[in-house]
Design a protein around this ligand. Structure first.
Ligand code: 4GW
Ligand code: MN
Length: 365
């Protein structure tokens, strides 16, 4: 063999070696599988016959550039209040969150919020102030449905609402006993959550009507499920909580259990979670009714039982339920949602008022 031919063979051998290495490099991550279709191209991706997944529909949400103060891992924004429960649910206090970040996140999800409120009998007088102040302070910039449950449709005033906000009047029966008026809210919220709210909104906020908004209440309150610290008991010991203490009641909580005393006048969460909560409370009430017992603080007692064993994922500080005649302690930086003092004689019947005052004195509320 001539020297020239020898070199041609060496060259061909080197080229074959290079091609082999190239192919090996491209195919190195392939594991052979019966459903594998291998295309002879240099695409490094592997194409399986069935490649679709629910993850293909995921959107990549990301925040735009924002300028704000850096959080400091060694310096909590508040040291005068508890900001986190032992089950890692944040407690919402002024100064602990950045509303711009939260608004951007919730706008990206295009959330809509339903707020349920009951105005039965004379309580329709509270509607005007409630809605007018909510227009100024409640979830401004987000989609809001006001769900007004009432037995007096004609008494609901016409109020002009902002863009993306609507008022839905739901006619419901009224009950004779005021305790029942308050308690049946659970059943009515539950039924409407199943039939209607689930198709219309993402979150529900369920509140008393004898209230006014006096500062911002925004998406910082939204979570899977949330409750509010009662303004009379945020600092109280367990034994002072006015939980139901009779063992015969389904709302019973022993004195060595309990995290917080939650207010009946402000709770919520996703429609599904509010359905579970209201369904539990209503069923528990019905069980008690069958046994001729009614929990001491009505719907509030059943709510407290529910939250003891289904811990809320967020807790609102008393900023979100504060009586206007309570004064403002130093830790209370804002009063956002205020209970209006009632002219009891005008708004409630006399006998009910007597029962009510008796209970209030008994429990120092
Ligand atoms: C005693 O005569 C009454 S009437 C106690 C409650 C009553 C009542 C309550 C009512 O006649 N009509 C009514 O719509 N409600 C609803 O239940 C209303 O949404 C109210 O905010 C909620 C709870 O009652 P409340 O605000 O009087 O309870 P507290 O004093 O604990 O905030
Ligand atoms: Mn109230």
């Amino acid at each position: 063999m001539s020297c020239e031919k020898k070199w041609i063979f060496v060259l061909l051998f080197v080229m074959a070696l290079m091609m082999f290495s190239f192919c090996w490099y491209n195919m190195r991550s392939i594991t052979w599988h019966p459903s594998l279709v291998f295309h002879c191209n240099s695409q490094p991706t592997i194409n399986y016959v069935n490649t679709s997944s629910q993850f293909d529909l995921l959107k990549q949400d990301f925040l735009h550039r924002m300028l704000y103060e850096k959080p400091n891992a060694l310096s909590p924004p508040r040291s005068d209040v508890l900001m986190m429960t032992p089950w890692f649910a944040p407690i919402v206090w002024n100064g602990t969150y950045n509303i711009d970040i939260l608004n951007t996140q919730f706008h990206q999800k295009n959330v809509s919020i339903g707020i349920t409120v009951f105005a039965i009998k004379k309580y329709t007088v509270f509607i005007k102030t409630f809605i007018e102040t909510a227009e100024k302070f409640f979830m401004v910039g987000h989609k809001v449905n006001y769900y007004i449950f009432t037995d007096r449709v004609g008494d609901i005033p016409n109020i002009t609402l902002g863009e993306g906000r609507q008022l839905v009047i739901l006619e419901v029966p009224s009950y004779k006993r005021w305790q029942e008026v308050s308690m049946r809210r659970m059943e009515m919220i539950r039924d409407h959550a199943r039939q209607r709210f689930v198709n219309e909104v993402d979150y529900l906020v369920c509140v008393d009507v004898d209230m006014m908004f006096s500062d911002d209440v925004g998406v910082e309150i939204l979570s899977h499920s949330f409750g509010t610290l009662h303004p009379s008991f945020y600092a109280a010991s367990r034994t002072r909580f006015t939980y139901e203490r009779r063992q015969q009641s389904t709302a019973y909580i022993p004195t060595d259990e309990g995290d917080f005393y939650y207010a009946g006048g402000n709770f919520g969460g996703t429609v599904e979670e509010v359905y579970k909560l209201t369904n539990f409370c209503h069923n528990a009430m019905m069980t008690d009714k069958g046994n001729n017992i009614e929990a001491i603080w009505h719907d509030e007692s059943y709510l407290n039982k529910y939250f003891l064993y289904h811990k809320p994922t967020k807790i609102l500080s008393p900023e979100y339920l504060w009586p206007t005649n309570f004064g403002a302690p130093a830790f209370l930086k804002r009063r956002r949602f205020a209970a209006i003092p009632k002219n009891h004689n005008a708004i409630r019947n006399k006998r009910a008022l007597r029962d009510y005052s008796r209970n209030k004195q008994k429990f120092h509320r």
